[in-house]
Design a protein around this ligand. Sequence first.
Ligand code: SF4
Ligand code: SF4
Length: 501
Amino acid sequence: MAINYLYPDFEVLRDTQRCITCRVCERQCANEVHSFDKDTNRMVADDSKCVNCHRCVSLCPTHALKIVKTDHCFKANANWKGEVIQNIYRQAGSGGVLLASMGTPKDYPVYWDKMLINASQVTNPSIDPLREPMETRTYLGQKTPKIKRDENGKIITDTPPQLTLNIPIMFSAMSYGSISYNAHKSLALAAEKLGIYYNTGEGGLHEDFYTYGKNTIVQVASGRFGVHPDYLNTGAAIEIKMGQGAKPGIGGHLPGAKIGEDISKTRMIPEHADAISPAPHHDIYSIEDLRQLVYALKEATEYKKPIIVKVAAVHNISAIASGIARSGADIIAIDGFRGGTGAAPAMIRDNVGIPIELALASVDRRLRQEGIRNNVSLVVGGSIRSSADVIKAIALGADAIYVATSALLALGCHLCRTCQLGKCNWGIATQRPELVKRLNPEIGSERLVNLITAWNHEIKEMMGGMGINSIEALRGNRLMLRGIGLTETELEILGIMHAGQ
Ligand code: SF4
Ligand code: SF4
């Protein structure tokens, strides 16, 4: 129907002088954009199918391709933007919820970019990380309130279970099902090499990956997919997922088409049936209920594993975190509203939740005010894009950082934001065998190791510049931050002064 026609978002530009009609682009594109026209002996493109994933651009041997955003436009204005108009046409045509993936593209303030880091000059001299030791090792878990010794002075304090990270960065939850076997393997291999952790997400743990258990955080979500005693005992820590930044307040949905034999076995659900995890945990209606699950999991693992409770950053996050800290959890993970996802309703992704920077600052302050900050560690995620974001998060009070989108970018993701279609041309957000094999886990893990190693060098450089030689001394050290272009309220919530003060 003509009324349903929308001009494509992207146009494929092919330099016909360079094109040698090798048809690589045709073979590489799972969206079937390119084809060979026998009548004209030329390659043609169906722009309407292009998601701008750049697979063809990267693999074209003669660099004959580029993708451009269309300059076709609606008669938009500040209120009725082109995207808003298109969404209404789409929903009037389909009657369905608009689905999207990865983090929100909306232009909300990015507070990381409105904070500047301090550096030493003259007094409190800077430290040269090339010549002096810098400690980036981090321990996550409850801190021991008092060190006890026996009559001979030997320490006899029982330390609660801890996670030890060589670098204060972990790969955050991405389930097998939403991402591919090879993507999971890349994360597991990289976590092992880096001495950090990756996270199963809510999809269970494939039996091949039990060998990486000491670098694995296993998740228990509302659907309980793949949860059994061996799974719990294999991981280094257990994460109870109460919420996710990209879709606070709703459950997950993996379409049946993605649930083949392997995923059905790992998740312990039937093949080709939609995997829908409920919005709430049906056994948790209060902090007391959460406490029951925390202790059930501790009991099941003989009190040897730290328990993480993951929540989305929402309006009353500091009160929620205070409750979690009292539930017996060892670590609180908070996911900001810019966090990525394999699939979410676009309206929820783009309008629900709050920025992680504000959530983190208010949680850290509240836990300190209540004298319970040492009862838990804080891990934050939700669009951490660089080593500078890591430094700023730690200075705002985080113990460690979760990254996911940055990790996927290292694996080749080009942020086309169509993961929900399951046709990822880079072999990441797909279960199609011919696409999955495009991602080589050895190369993938090497790129992840490179990325995190590079960030670690930069973290050490920035800490050295501040005259700080350990992550411990940076944690919650807000004097190392200044705001730029922020209102009084924003500065107050972040607990920092404005630049120049
Ligand atoms: S990959 Fe490049 S050279 Fe080959 S057919 Fe496509 S545009 Fe032409
Ligand atoms: S993972 Fe794949 S489908 Fe998802 S945004 Fe990245 S390139 Fe696109």
